[in-house]
Write a protein that binds this ligand. Structure first.
Ligand code: DC
Length: 238
């Protein structure tokens, strides 16, 4: 059977990744979480003292040493390894698994300004295009249907209200045992990221003209998975 490219875009914390992972497993495709790649570069910048928050967890007031980051990024390898148990990809920074480190509040609050840098986007977009050369891939992010794979056979734009998304993230962090989680701070972070992601100059978060919209504010996981699988089946039978 012909393999296709599935591009899944949408706001942060709207369940895109969970849904994309599920579909990839269900149909035997490779799954790529491009947000994890931007997060990994953010972790690299934090570790190397190239990004600093001026006033705590507020992504609107970070300072980035762009010149140094650009130079150092040339030798940085961003990638994934498969978890032998779950068969799911784990983000790697120069061969080190950093999946847990990239999911905390520190990286979350600094990733949007990093993802807005042209040289960061250029590096990752190029790598993502290569990953999809053989098709049979489900990739999720913000610009997959518009910039990475404008030719994707299936484009899905996932959305949910900011409050619903913040509540999901709140529960997720609590379950992980992260200390000091505050719902209002998370909601603010979600709204801030929405704003930066949809207003940046290069590849802003935008629904592709030919994308199918999936609003999951009031859907169960099973309902949204079924909807996605139906979209996939229609796309491969076209
Ligand atoms: O999906 P996520 O929350 O893990 O994404 C992290 C950040 O990376 C978020 O601010 C949006 C940005 N991003 C992007 O600009 N382009 C992508 N293709 C994926 C993520």
């Amino acid at each position: 059977m012909n393999k296709i490219i599935v591009a899944i875009d949408g706001h942060s914390s709207c369940g895109k990744s969970t849904m994309a992972k599920w579909l990839a497993k269900e149909v035997g495709y490779i799954y790529v979480d491009t947000g994890a790649m931007y997060r990994t570069i953010t972790l690299f910048a934090i570790r190397n003292g190239l990004i600093q928050s001026k006033t705590g967890h507020d992504s609107s007031s970070v300072e980035i040493d762009e010149e140094q980051l650009k130079t150092k990024l040339q030798d940085v390898e961003i990638g994934f390894v498969l978890d032998p148990k779950t068969k799911l990809p784990l983000a790697c920074l120069n061969g080190e698994i950093v999946e847990d480190q990239i999911r905390g509040m520190e990286v979350s609050s600094m990733v949007s300004p990093i993802a807005a840098l042209p040289f960061v986007r250029e590096k990752l977009t190029m790598q993502q295009k290569q990953m999809g050369e053989k098709k049979g891939i489900v990739m999720d992010g913000r610009d997959i249907g518009t910039a990475v794979f404008p030719q994707a056979e299936l484009k899905v734009f996932v959305t949910a209200s900011a409050e619903v998304r913040a509540m999901r993230r709140f529960k997720e962090l609590q379950e992980k045992g992260e200390q000091n989680v505050d719902f209002d701070e998370i909601l603010k972070n979600v709204q801030e990221r929405d704003y930066i992601d949809s207003h940046r100059e290069i590849s802003p978060l935008k629904q592709a003209d030919d994308a199918l919209v999936l609003d999951n504010s009031n859907l169960t996981k099973d309902e949204q998975n079924k909807m996605l699988l139906d979209m996939f089946n229609q796309a491969i039978n076209k």
